[in-house]
Every structure is written in structure tokens, then in C-alpha cells.
Write a protein that binds this ligand. Structure first.
Ligand SMILES: [Zn+2]
Length: 254
């Protein structure tokens, strides 16, 4: 029996060993699309037109054992650059990056328009469930008026049976990877919220509570802070956020 087992082991080693040049070319080609066959949902924060539809966005919707307003207007920089537009542009950059890596990407909204509202947070929460997606990232910017408050924080769901019990562990892993990637891009962790480590766990967000796939919400910066606003209002700054998030996705799905 021992000899037989050793032979099987030897045979599998022979099969696993890389052989010809053409095989290596094939491997390289496969490597260029590491996210082939993966589906990722990106939720680009609030719709730009939410503030024009107060009745619609204030209607209560399921949020995971309680209700919440359908959506909010989101924040803006002191100069008036809206969170909705920031989230939209980062999301489009992230989508393009992930698609180049072979992923299929689904957005929770298709336009960034003053004439549109929603979708509500319950739909954002469930957006990856039916597909089912490999993961979902919800992109936001924060709006704190506290002095010198800046930096990103990543929010993962707490363990809430039955809502998030199935996803809280992988979501935490995704959150840790997102934080590490943002730090690696020299983006500072928030100094005003989430205990200063850039990582928060919340039980009150429908976008996280209603997801059956691993999910995080990223508050990429404080839009009221001048240094953060400089990053958030420029294409170069947004490219950094998108590159960091794409890296986290790749590592999570490795
Ligand atoms: Zn937001």
C-alpha cells in the first residue's frame, strides 16, 4: 500500500510540473485575466438627484430587522462637489479596472443624474444576492465638520443572526484587505471615527445587513476636509482610491 501511495504521489508531481514553452504562454495568458468568471457588484453611493425627491427617498424600507429611509442625499465638499458624483466616478474607474482583469461588474445605479433618485438601501443591500456576486463594495465619502477630521474608514457588518451571520467573516477579511490597500496607496486612515484604525463594524446599515455575499462599505475620505477634498475632486486622486480597491478585490478573490 505504501508503494502504491508513493507512486500516486509521484505521478501527480509529474503531472503538476510545468513543461513546455507553449504551456507557459497559456499560463501567462490566463494570468492576464485573473478575475475571469468572477462577478463584482459596485454600489456607487447615493443618486445625485436624491435631494430633488424628498418624499421618495424618505419612505421607509427594510434594513435587516428594522426599517430605514430609502436613501439620503449624501454629503459634498465645502466647494459643493457632491458625494454622489465622487462615488460615481470612483466606481466607474474601479469597474473599468476590474473588467480589464476579466471580471463581470454590476452597478446598482446606471446614471449619475439630478433627475433620478435611488435605488433604496434595501435594493442596494440585496444587489449581489441573486447573481450571486463574489462580493459587493459600496462606495461613499463622509461629511464631518470636526476640525482636522480626515481619512478613510472601511465598514464591515457585525454578526447579526440571521442577517449577516453568513457573511460577516469574509466581509471582515475584505475590509482588512481594503484598509491595507488604501494605506499602501498612502491614503490615511480616519482620525475622527472608527477608533483611528480605519476599520468599523456596524449593524445599522441595510446595504450591509441585507447582503448574502461578502460586502463592505468604504467611506473613502472626509469631503469637508481640504486635503481629502483635493484627492476626491481630482481624477488623479480618484484613481488612487480605485486602484486600492481593485487591489483589495484581487487579493480577496485570489
Ligand atoms: Zn454616503
Amino acid at each position: 500500500m505504501r508503494h502504491a501511495a508513493a507512486l500516486v504521489l509521484l505521478a501527480s508531481l509529474v503531472v503538476a510540473a510545468p513543461a513546455h514553452a507553449e504551456d507557459r504562454t497559456l499560463l501567462a495568458r490566463e494570468d492576464a485575466k485573473p478575475l475571469e468568471g468572477r462577478t463584482i457588484v459596485i454600489d456607487p453611493g447615493h443618486q445625485l438627484g436624491n435631494h430633488n425627491f424628498p418624499a421618495q427617498i424618505n419612505q421607509p424600507v427594510p434594513a435587516g430587522g428594522f426599517t430605514k429611509p430609502c436613501n439620503t442625499t449624501g454629503t459634498a465638499t465645502r466647494g459643493g462637489f457632491p458625494e454622489a458624483t465622487f462615488a460615481w466616478r470612483v466606481s466607474l474607474r474601479l469597474k473599468a479596472k476590474l473588467e480589464r482583469l476579466g471580471a463581470a461588474v454590476v452597478l446598482t445605479r446606471q446614471v449619475n443624474s439630478q433627475k433620478r433618485w435611488g435605488p433604496c438601501v434595501d435594493r442596494r443591500g440585496r444587489a449581489g444576492n441573486k447573481i450571486p456576486a463574489d462580493l459587493k463594495i459600496s462606495v461613499h465619502g463622509d461629511g464631518s465638520y470636526a476640525a482636522r477630521a480626515r481619512g478613510f474608514h472601511v465598514i464591515a457588518p457585525t454578526d447579526r443572526k440571521p442577517w449577516t451571520h453568513d457573511i460577516y467573516k469574509p466581509s471582515r477579511r475584505l475590509a482588512l484587505l481594503a484598509r491595507a490597500s488604501l494605506l499602501k496607496k498612502d491614503l490615511p486612515a480616519a482620525n475622527y471615527i472608527a477608533g483611528g484604525d480605519g476599520l468599523d463594524f456596524r449593524s445599522d446599515l441595510a446595504t450591509l445587513n441585507l447582503s448574502n455575499v461578502p460586502t463592505v462599505m468604504v467611506e473613502l475620505g472626509n469631503m469637508k476636509n481640504a486635503a481629502d477634498a483635493r484627492l476626491m475632486t481630482t481624477a488623479k486622486g480618484r484613481a488612487r482610491y480605485a486602484a486600492a480597491l481593485a487591489r483589495a478585490v484581487r487579493q480577496f478573490l485570489r
